[in-house]
Design a protein around this ligand. Sequence first.
Ligand SMILES: C[S@@+](CC[C@H](N)C(=O)[O-])C[C@H]1O[C@@H](n2cnc3c(N)ncnc32)[C@H](O)[C@@H]1O
Length: 284
Amino acid sequence: MKNELSSAVAGAGSAAVLKAPHARSSGGQRTPAPGSAPVRALQRQLVDLASARYRDKGRFAYHFSRGKLGGDPMFIELLRLGAFTGQRGRGARFLDLGCGQAVFASWLVAARTLAEQGRWPSDWPEPPRIESVRALELMPADVARGQAGFADEPRVHVEQGDICEADFGNVDVITILDVIHYLPLAAQDDVLCRIRAALRPGGVLVMRVGDAAGGWPYRLSRWADQAITLGRGHGWAYLHCRPLATWTASLHALGFQVHAVPTPGGLPFANVLLIAHVPAEGAA
Ligand SMILES: C[S@@+](CC[C@H](N)C(=O)[O-])C[C@H]1O[C@@H](n2cnc3c(N)ncnc32)[C@H](O)[C@@H]1O
């Protein structure tokens, strides 16, 4: 279950931001290039499967899930890179902070379903086994759509809660995708500390953040976030972004080893995916 991402992390010091290495399958094969025909084919299969759980939960829930999972290359890239590879063989405990209607959980479950049906391509890293996914969201309407979508899936729990207050428990993987910049800076620091405390040795944090040093693409992504939040009836969002170097310095200070991953083929936004590992027990 080792791919290049995990081996590079194991051997790396904690002072640098590591470039994501070439992705490889569990058998050592190089995965198809981002945006290539095989990647798009698997993405289409996953979008169909993941969105199916929202089909009879209202037009918005269904079409939103298709638009988000099909339009944002981050989701397929996380699987292509094997970002969660190496987590507990019997199944990882996921915590998704600010989950919206929990489309990321539906993506994980869809990928695992394909693997268990023998339909997962052999030149990709194996998708993670799932013990549980706890998905936390502030907005009751999103929580209701998420809960409706997962009513028949005992591994996934969608809860209403404020990540500034909720107990994060003890988990293997935490995702916080396009969320942390909604919090004031002091609250961001507190959330990052509690994330670190909640992760077991060898665990991983995957976060996508806006890079405040990203020039006009950064301003574009901030306007887009604000327009979407306003359009969804959540009012005007005050966003608190930091330069990428500051995000990664905060993660290093907490003892994470950090990879910065570009998400290829997306809109020209200055959002950066950070894959941050807690060193395994006994690692230098
Ligand atoms: C841009 S959306 C991203 C949703 C989801 N992570 C995804 O990738 O589809 C940001 C989400 O963070 C949620 N959020 C913002 N502040 C929060 C808080 N303090 N506690 C929980 N959720 C929060 C918002 O309600 C919104 O659903």
